[in-house]
Design a protein around this ligand. Structure first.
Ligand code: HEC
Ligand code: HEC
Length: 327
């Protein structure tokens, strides 16, 4: 009897992959063309919170990527976007230093290139770079910040985007209980969360790890997970014959999720129970659906274990105060 019990109790642990696969990196990557410095990040932080980066003067990057909302906005669709066709939910900018493709459809390759898009998009900051440079040149307080970051007080588009990218690279998830477990602290997460991690990895169960892999819990790739939204995602960027990219969106990280959502590119799901329900059997069957989207069953216990595991990836809010605005 006792031996059977032991087999039952430890069976799940056989499904666990090596913990090292989920180990956090020890340093933040940055491109040779824009090495990360404290001075550039400091300037970038000020720009990120400055509403004068928008034409109206009423919208900053932080309006939609707010430290209080896990660097997103807590909304299903961003401000001003309700009437926009195929509008998409605001993703977090946490851990964006590691992104190899940005935006839900991957249309920006670097943080530097991405920064131009919100500034110039009509339903976002609705500005243009030439006018923005002129506006910033008139703000005396920016001279010192640009000089510290770049050696002289010249202001141009490249420096603005390099500084914004540098600040965002410093936004890295805090250590979560899961990270302490990966480093060998057996007490850091509950037995329930450990079993949830097994469910997450089990090919015959949830198999979430097929796409949510690595320390950030994303494969940095694009998949159709069968949501009803009309948005073609990456499909609109590639030829229609590339079947698997139709309705495909970038796999988001599962770290530091707001526990109630909203989730997905269209903000259509609320709460992790709704997400798991979708994965179990809710996906729309179509040619583009990822082959890793197989129906599966979970007991209520396994479901709560899976949720406990995802909660163990939460390192809490980053303690960042908005900087004083230069005059
Ligand atoms: C009105 C809200 C809004 C504002 C203002 C805004 N963003 Fe965003 N941000 C979004 C949305 C929505 C997306 C996703 C768009 C898409 O994929 O089509 C996004 C995507 C991003 C991404 C890509 C993240 C990823 O996972 O791919 C980065 C980085 C980013 N924004 C940085 C910025 C910066 C820097 C600013 C200021 C210059 C800014 N955003 C201003 C709403 C906003
Ligand atoms: C086939 C690849 C794939 C598999 C398997 C998969 N996911 Fe996802 N996941 C994605 C993609 C892609 C998205 C974004 C989809 C979209 O918005 O259209 C996503 C989104 C999510 C989100 C929303 C995150 C956010 O910020 O909006 C959660 C939570 C999530 N997945 C959890 C899970 C769980 C739990 C499992 C296992 C039951 C799982 N995923 C299995 C690819 C996958």
């Amino acid at each position: 009897m006792l031996s059977t019990l032991m087999v039952v109790n430890t069976a799940w642990s056989a499904d666990l992959p090596p913990r090292e696969k989920f180990k956090r990196p020890s340093s933040i990557p940055s491109p040779l063309s824009n090495p990360l410095t404290l001075e550039k990040a400091t300037l970038g932080k000020t720009l990120f919170f400055d509403q004068r980066l928008s034409r109206s003067g009423g919208m900053a990057c932080a309006t939609c990527h707010s430290p209080d909302q896990r660097w997103s906005d807590g909304r299903s669709l961003p401000l001003q976007a309700e009437s926009v066709n195929n509008a998409r939910r605001t993703p977090t900018v946490l851990n964006s230093a590691w992104l190899s493709a940005l935006m839900w459809d991957g249309r920006a390759a670097t943080l530097e290139a991405q920064a131009v898009l919100p500034i110039t998009t009509a339903h976002e900051m609705n500005f243009d770079l030439t006018s923005l440079v002129e506006r910033l040149q008139k703000i005396q307080g920016y001279r010192a910040l640009f000089t510290q970051a770049f050696g002289d007080h010249n202001i141009n588009q490249q420096r603005i985007t390099q500084a914004l990218a540098s600040f965002q690279r410093t936004l890295v998830s805090n250590q979560a209980p899961f990270d302490r477990w990966v480093e060998g602290d057996e007490q850091a997460i509950s037995e329930q969360a450990k079993r949830g991690f097994a469910v997450f990895n089990n090919k015959d169960k949830a198999n979430c790890v097929a796409c949510h892999s690595s320390w950030r819990f994303t494969d940095d790739s694009f998949h159709d997970i069968g949501l009803p939204s009309k948005d073609l995602g990456r499909g609109a960027k590639v030829p229609a014959q590339v079947t698997l990219m139709q309705h495909a969106f970038k796999t988001p990280s599962l770290r530091d999720l707001p526990m109630e959502g909203p989730y997905m590119h269209d903000g259509s799901l609320r709460g992790l129970k709704a997400v798991i329900k979708h994965y179990k059997s809710g996906a729309i069957q179509r040619d583009s659906l990822s082959k890793d989207m197989q129906k599966f069953e979970l007991s209520e216990l396994e479901e709560s274990e899976l949720i406990a595991f995802i909660q163990s990836l939460d390192g809490g809010a980053l303690n960042i105060q908005p900087p004083a605005m230069p005059e």
